[in-house]
Design a protein around this ligand. Sequence first.
Ligand SMILES: Nc1ncnc2c1ncn2[C@@H]1O[C@H](COP(=O)(O)OP(=O)(O)OP(=O)(O)O)[C@@H](O)[C@H]1O
Ligand SMILES: [Mg+2]
Length: 257
Amino acid sequence: MADSIQVHAVRAGSVQRDAGRRGAARRDAGADPVHGAPALRVEGLGKRVALPGEELTILDGVGFDIARGDTVAIVGASGSGKSTLLSLMAGLDTPSSGSVALDGEPLSALDEDGRARVRGEKVGFVFQSFQLLPSLTALENVMLPLELRGDREVEGPAKAILDKVGLGQRLGHYPRQLSGGEQQRVALARAFVTRPSLLFADEPTGNLDTHTGQAIIELLFELNADAGTTLVLVTHDEHLAQRCGRMLRLDSGRLVP
Ligand SMILES: Nc1ncnc2c1ncn2[C@@H]1O[C@H](COP(=O)(O)OP(=O)(O)OP(=O)(O)O)[C@@H](O)[C@H]1O
Ligand SMILES: [Mg+2]
């Protein structure tokens, strides 16, 4: 594990030895803010929800590390807790027990604003249900994360990435004017456009035909190879899971050893 972190950090040209420069390091996709920390550490993670008359355990004692630059597929039957786990890892939801740390920074130590800052700085997320903003065009949806973090150049990069996912001719379309697969590609473009150091994608090829799905898979792995982006993908797609360096399997909220 430590070796793989080192190799990746060197490849990204950004071994960060001085812990006192943590702030400056945050914007660097290959940065290693807490020296030696994995990109992601999940420990004893549990999620329980109260239902009328009973408590439902969605995740139970889930733990693993993901090294910088790794590609990981999370697989398991429908309802096994994959989407819940992904939301917890990205700080979009809070656990009932256990912890998640990104680059050695525990999400539990942050409030809602702090978690939003960390997401904006280093996380891209593709939702299973896309979650595009209905009142914004495809181009505006993709420009938004760049605008939110204060980039000056927003239109050029957003157009370029939409072109890459094959939607260069759909820039002005609103989500309701796009097919399911097209909406999924806008969601992917929105997650990619900031070149995040960690990309979480929930069924990124779930609504796509084989050809488009393959193109998206290539784009994901290109991002991993070029920018050192750590990929964590939930998928039922055997081909995509096989391409990943590692597979984690959930069964009824527990990690299968
Ligand atoms: N807020 C909630 N309240 C009650 N039950 C929930 C809640 N969120 C998730 N669940 C339940 O937890 C289980 C896991 O849900 P989750 O969405 O994580 O599954 P999944 O593995 O992503 O499934 P799929 O492959 O169908 O997307 C499901 O049985 C779901 O009904
Ligand atoms: Mg799901």
